[in-house]
Ligand binder design. Structure first.
Ligand code: NAP
Length: 314
C-alpha cells in the first residue's frame, strides 16, 4: 500500500486564491489589510520565517511592516512598540516572532497584543474563544491542518483522532479543533505511557512532537490519515543511514547537503502504512503562512465593518 500524499502546497494555493477576492473587495472599500511583524534581535531561523511571511503579504497585496529592534531591547520597550501598533488603524494584525530573547517577558508581550489584532491566535482571550468554539482568530498551524483535512474530505466526526504533542501553538489547539469537528480526541505527550499503542488507535494521527522519524510503522494503524507537523533537521549520518536504509537516493541527498529535513513520522514507514500522509517538506509547512494571511484578512474585514458602523473610527 502506498499512502495518498496530502499536498499542503495545493491547499495553500487554494486558501490564498480564496483570499484574493476578499482583499480586492476590501480595496474597493479603501481598506488595505496591514500586518506588522516584530522580529527582535538576530535569529537566522526567525529571519527566514519572517521573510516568508512578508513575501506572502506582498503576493496578496497585504501591506506589511517589519520592525527589527535590537536584542538589547527591554520588555518595557517592546510593550511600547506593541502599544503603538495596537493604536494604529492601518495595522490589522500584529505578530511578534517567537522565540524572544530570554530577557524579554514573552508572556507580558503576548498579553499586551490587542486580541482582535492577535493574528497568531495565541492570546488567552482567543484561546478562550477556541475552547468555547466561538468566533475568533485561530492558531495558524492547526487551523491550516483543519483546512487540509477538509480539502481532502477526510471524515472526522466520530473518528478517533490522536494528537501527539501538547504545545500551546500546535498540539492543544489542534486537539480542540478536532473535538469541535466531533472527533474523539486523545492528547499524548512525553509522559504518555505507551505512545505507540495510543497512536495505533488513531483514524487521524497528528504528530507534533519535534523528534525526527519517531513515529514508525508500529505507531500507525494501516490506512490511517497521518499529519506530520514535525520539522526536524537531521545532521548525523548514522541517524540518516538508520532512517533511510531503504532509500539510497535520500542518503545521497543527505551527503550532498550534509543535512536533511524530515518530520516526526518515519518517511518510508508512513508511506507504506498510512492511508494518507502529509509530506515534509510540502505538507503542513505551507499552510501556516496561508492561515496567517487568512487571519489578517479577517481582521481587516472586521475593521471595514467597524468603519461602516462608525465611519470616523477608521
Ligand atoms: P514543542 O513545544 O517542543 O512541543 C513538543 C510536544 O511533544 C510536547 O508536548 C512534548 O511533551 C511532546 N513530546 C516530546 N517528546 C515526546 C516523546 N518522546 N513522546 C511523546 N511526546 C513527546 O513543539 P511544537 O512547537 O509543538 O512543535 C512540534 C514540531 O512541529 C516541531 O518539530 C516544530 O518544528 C514543528 N512545527 C512545524 C510548524 C509548521 O508550520 N510546519 C509549526 C509549528 C511547529 P511534554 O509537553 O510532556 O514536554
Amino acid at each position: 500500500m502506498s499512502a495518498q500524499i496530502l499536498d499542503g502546497r495545493r491547499v495553500r494555493d487554494s486558501i490564498l486564491a480564496g483570499l484574493k477576492p476578499r482583499v480586492d473587495s476590501l480595496a474597493a472599500q479603501g481598506i488595505r489589510p496591514g500586518l506588522a511583524v516584530v522580529l527582535v534581535g538576530d535569529n537566522p531561523a526567525s529571519e527566514i520565517y519572517v521573510r516568508a511571511k512578508v513575501k506572502a503579504c506582498h503576493e496578496l497585496d497585504i501591506s506589511s511592516e517589519q520592525l527589527t529592534p535590537a536584542a538589547t531591547l527591554t520588555t518595557e520597550e517592546l510593550l511600547a512598540i506593541v502599544a503603538g501598533l495596537n493604536a494604529r488603524a492601518d495595522i490589522d494584525g500584529i505578530l511578534v516572532q517567537m522565540p524572544l530573547p530570554p530577557r524579554i517577558d514573552a508572556r507580558r508581550i503576548l498579553l499586551a497584543i490587542a486580541p482582535h489584532k492577535d493574528v497568531d491566535g495565541f492570546h488567552p482571550y482567543n484561546v478562550g474563544n477556541l475552547v468555547a468554539n466561538s468566533d475568533g482568530p485561530r492558531a495558524c498551524t492547526p487551523a491550516g491542518i483543519l483546512e487540509l483535512l477538509k480539502h481532502y474530505r477526510i471524515p472526522l466526526a466520530g473518528k478517533n483522532a490522536v494528537v501527539a504533542g501538547r504545545s500551546d501553538i500546535v498540539g492543544k489547539p489542534m486537539a480542540l479543533m478536532l473535538l469541535h469537528e466531533n472527533a474523539t480526541v486523545t492528547i499524548c505527550h512525553s509522559r504518555t505511557r505507551d505512545l505507540a499503542a495510543e497512536c495505533r488507535r488513531a483514524d487521524v494521527l497528528v504528530a507534533a512532537i519535534g523528534r525526527a522519524a519517531l513515529i514508525t510503522s508500529d505507531f500507525i494503524r494501516p490506512g490511517a490519515t497521518v499529519i506530520d507537523v514535525g520539522m526536524n533537521r537531521l545532521t548525523e549520518r548514522a541517524e540518516a543511514e538508520r532512517i533511510y536504509a531503504r532509500a539510497p537516493e535520500k542518503l545521497r541527498q543527505f551527503d550532498e547537503k550534509g543535512s536533511i529535513l524530515l518530520g516526526d513520522v518515519h518517511p518510508l514507514d508512513g508511506r507504506e502504512v498510512a492511508g494518507a500522509l502529509t509530506p515534509v517538506p510540502g505538507g503542513v509547512g505551507p499552510l501556516t503562512i496561508a492561515m496567517l494571511m487568512s487571519n489578517t484578512v479577517r481582521a481587516a474585514e472586521q475593521r471595514a465593518r467597524r468603519h461602516e458602523a462608525a465611519p470616523c473610527s477608521l
